[in-house]
Design a binder for this molecule. Structure first.
Ligand code: AMP
Ligand code: MN
Ligand code: MN
Length: 325
């Protein structure tokens, strides 16, 4: 990352008045945490802030407690022309889905992200693959700009940090992430509420769905692959929703002797969303990219047009091609 990327980003924010913010499709804790955290920071700076997610209907229920959620607009309500558009936690324009035209139409587009495959699509790119999370980058940006950080904004950013690091267990956890966590705690982040709401407020429906998925887990030992799946029928029968299932794959990933975990989730339109996680130094980013998606070494994903069986066969083939097994 360019040494002056933070300065350029501070300048872009300070010069804009009408500011739009967004994050990625299939929103996760870091996308939502960085979006709401920066929304609150910029509101406090007196900006006219319009924030929206491209798929508001996919908002995971475990993040409904976050402050600032009432500031979110419907994507259609964002102004066509903003002084500044900030894309958070998006590795490429596709991740903004229908909001890309507004991002492109803004006077300045600021890209804040930590994916190693970021396509540097912004006018200003604050992209650091060494950062644990986009929320960490938003925190560092706020320090660079000397902007006020309320306890509410700190709660949002800590949520992004804790979820993208898998509660400070994944390999993106290092001195930097832990230092930022400490500073966010000092700024008043509500750690107790975050643990309770994000990790201990699961619905009975999702608990049962998790039971089904874990019971079906299979291992392909030669590939070091553990996998399972969730169908639309499972969702109907248990009453769970897909956005609730963000941490299901973390349970699959704990199986000893495996290197890659895959969870196949059937979407309403029949396509399959595939989540990949790695362990013990394996990398899933290249495999996800080879199959049309993207992500980090440790966490990546893509969408498959094949059925469940076909998607598994295609993944096995891609893992072999990528040198797994
Ligand atoms: P998920 O399994 O949906 O939690 O995705 C894991 C990570 O992979 C996300 O945080 C993204 O960084 C990345 N990812 C997933 N799907 C895609 C995609 N279609 N294109 C680019 N990156 C993706
Ligand atoms: Mn994300
Ligand atoms: Mn992230």
């Amino acid at each position: 990352m360019q040494g002056d990327a933070f300065e350029a980003a501070v300048k872009a924010v300070e010069e804009g008045f009408v500011v739009c913010l967004s994050s990625h499709v299939n929103p996760d804790g870091d996308g939502i945490g960085s979006l709401l955290g920066l929304t609150l920071i910029l509101r406090a700076l007196g900006k006219e802030v319009h924030s929206a997610l491209p798929q508001p209907e996919k908002f995971p229920p475990q993040y409904l407690f976050l402050p600032g959620r009432d500031c979110l607009f419907h994507p259609e309500e964002l102004p066509d022309k903003a002084d500044l558009f900030v894309a958070l936690d998006c590795s490429n324009p596709d991740r903004l889905d229908g909001l890309w035209s507004r991002a492109e139409g803004a006077d300045v587009l600021l890209n804040v992200d930590h994916h190693e495959d970021n396509s540097l699509f912004g006018d200003v790119n604050l992209v650091d693959p060494g950062a644990s999370s986009t929320s960490e980058l938003v925190y560092r940006l706020s320090r660079k700009g000397n902007w006020d950080l309320t306890p509410e904004a700190a709660t949002c950013l800590y949520t992004g940090l804790v979820t993208d690091t898998g509660r400070f267990q994944h390999r993106n956890t290092g001195p930097g992430a832990l230092a930022v966590a400490s500073e966010l705690a000092a700024a008043g982040a509500d750690l107790a509420a975050i643990s309770r709401e994000v990790y201990e407020s699961q619905s009975l429906s999702y608990t049962r769905l998790m039971g089904r998925a874990l019971e079906r887990a299979e291992v392909l030992p030669d590939l070091g692959l553990v996998y399972s799946y969730v169908t639309q029928r499972d969702l109907r029968e248990t009453g769970a929703s897909l956005p609730e299932t963000e941490d299901l794959i973390d349970h699959l990933r704990t199986v000893r002797g495996t290197k890659v975990a895959a969870l196949f989730k059937e979407l309403e339109d029949g396509r399959i969303r595939v989540s990949l996680r790695s362990r013990d130094g394996a990398e899933v980013g290249p495999v996800a990219r080879a199959l049309g998606g993207g992500g980090h070494a440790g966490a990546a994903g893509y969408t498959s047009d094949l059925d469940l069986e076909g998607s598994l066969a295609r993944l096995v083939e891609a893992l072999r091609e990528a040198g797994h097994g």
